[in-house]
Ligand binder design. Structure first.
Ligand code: SF4
Ligand code: SF4
Length: 189
């Protein structure tokens, strides 16, 4: 394994910030690689999970916030489930995402920000994800509304997607959560 350490801007401090945010002890990682072997996107990224942990252990700085896995991670928690030391690497990724956004150095790949906005807008409006609207907003924004439309009837038939928005949700509480998150984000600047 080739480990790239270039130390930019915040040598040493990124490990501490990530450990605090994710509530994990990365010193417990002994590089067995089980997380990386199970990660479904490890082959698509520059640094798989175990390498990101190693880079943090060795004092990587802000350059690590540009790493592709931060934005391609599916939050499937396979890494966490496979770790013999119960290291929650999904929480590590969440912490890195959050720090990257806070520092204004987030470089999400492709249409990821558009997808996130489309998805979260429906959660904010309906109290839960409304897949059909999220997909429509995303596809409109990306300019490919017609793409994959042939799959829609089969998804509908198999009950994989609902026409109507979710009902019976606690919209008020969800709106409050969004408000608090926006306020905390402002306070963190
Ligand atoms: S949670 Fe992310 S890093 Fe962990 S196995 Fe899944 S895709 Fe890979
Ligand atoms: S599975 Fe756990 S101990 Fe093994 S490399 Fe990944 S984080 Fe480290």
């Amino acid at each position: 394994m080739t480990t790239r350490i270039t130390r930019q801007n915040t040598p040493g401090s990124l490990l501490k910030a990530v450990q605090e945010k994710a509530d994990v002890n990365l010193g417990a990682c002994y590089q067995c690689g089980k997380c990386s072997i199970g990660c479904p996107v490890a082959g698509e990224v520059e640094s798989p999970p175990s390498e990101i942990i190693r880079r943090l252990q060795l004092g990587a700085g802000d350059e690590l916030l540009q790493t592709g896995l931060i934005w391609t991670c599916l939050s499937c928690e396979t890494c966490y489930a496979r770790c013999p030391n119960q290291i929650n690497f999904t929480a590590v990724i969440d912490a890195l995402r959050s720090i990257a956004v806070e520092k204004g150095v987030a470089k999400p790949q492709g249409d990821a920000p558009l997808f996130n906005r489309s998805f979260l807008n429906t959660v904010r409006s309906y109290g839960r994800a409304y897949d059909l609207k999220a997909i429509a907003m995303y596809k409109l924004g990306a300019g490919n509304l017609g793409q994959d439309m042939d799959k829609f009837p089969a998804m509908l038939k198999k009950g994989k997607i609902a026409i109507l928005p979710p009902s019976g949700t606690d919209k008020g509480t969800v709106k409050e959560i969004f408000k608090k998150a926006a306020k905390n984000k402002g306070a963190g600047r």
